[in-house]
Design a protein around this ligand. Sequence first.
Ligand code: FRU
Length: 491
Amino acid sequence: MSRSALRDAQAALQHHLPQRQDDWRPAYHLAPPVGWMNDPNGLVFFRGHYHVFYQHHPYSTAWGPMHWGHARSADLVHWEHLPVALAPDTEADRDGCFSGSAVVWDDTLYLIYTGHRWLGEPGREDQGLYQVQCLASSSDGLTFSKHGVIIEPPAPALQHFRDPKVWRQDGAWWLALGARAGDDPQLLLYRSTDLYRWDVLGCALAGTRALDGYMWECPDLFRLDDTDVFLYSPQGLAPSGYSRRNLYQTGYRLGRLDTSGRFQPRTPFVELDHGHDCYAAQTLAAPDGRRLLWAWLDMWESPMPSQAHGWCGQLSLPRELSLDGDRLRQRPARELVGLRQGAQLSAETRLCNERRPLPLQGDRLELQVELDLAGSDAERFGLALRCDPKGQEQTRLYVDAQAGRLVLDREQAGRGVTGVRSIPLAPGQARVKLQLFLDRSSLEVFVDDGAWVLSSRLYPRPDSQGLALFAHDGQARFGELQAWTLRDLQL
Ligand code: FRU
């Protein structure tokens, strides 16, 4: 690969760094040093480090010719930014090194990604595109050599053909990617013995526009317990009631990948996250066998006010996946307790038609609290976060007792963003257990030990740091509230 494209990208980062404004910069989530970030790519554990790559445009805060940004961590808490790993500098990837994955083989790190080309004017999808799968490798985990195209599209009509996920199974390498046949989505499978030459196994699962959307981006296939999980990001699903409210979704189907390479689903599509901002989730197998997931904590075409500050895009916290019947549970990676600093405790509280500010505040906090559903009759009760002293700015997380839902409301959450998202509470559910991670421009809510998660971006003023409990139209009981200030790692 031409070193000059990487040098130029690095120089652009250095050039823009002094102009960055940090009001909304995360304290402990991964974000690009400057410029644009989207999907997590190439999640892998290599020689003692977790490596996270990501879709990156170092030249501006808008999506553009995609590079692979790169960071690594030994403990999932402290991250080190590394030089840009891939730049679009060959004929095959001239307009972008799109999403893909990474594997380790013989102590070498391999990246498998989509080379993207516009056939007409850049950005004009209507004038056609050409996508191929490419290979690169590295012996030190820092600098990468490109080995060119390894998979061409089976037919020129298959223009959307991207996001390869590679894994090892039964003594071979397997690759799954998303393709768009006309307006119908497909999951295509390939197999290889050497990562260079691939045999097509065919279509593991085919969908239809009406039921499944028109494209499955960023597929991932992995086994949890005895079940195969097909994780993917469908485009083109219509909203339905409280579901699928975002432009695109990330979710999964459970089933079985049979020996002939067909995925036999046993469950319908389920959304992974119910907040406003979560897309293109990908996983890795940690050395101890845990399945860890990261997602892009943003959504295409949503407001991104930090673009005016010289950067945009943030990844989710790493989440541990487990299976609970026909649903996935996501818990914050256990290493994240290493983020905790000072702990504070606020006693059990009973409120009646009132709002009570808490004696703690902050913009980087972990909070744990149970809301007592059985012992409350308020119509709405919950927490207000990132409040300004006048109560004009706030993000609310509350129980709507009449609707039987837990609601995340960012109507007053600050610059640019709006809207509510919610999840159902089970009929007769006695309490709801909340674990919240608040960073300078994000909130991730883990509900009932990760049975549900809501992730959303917020852009409050830096001094909106108050916290309050409230109960409207009735009385409400809150359990003891535990709070930790989290480290300011300024990633
Ligand atoms: C998903 C996606 C991928 C593609 C990448 C381009 O967000 O559209 O399908 O590879 O982003 O940046």
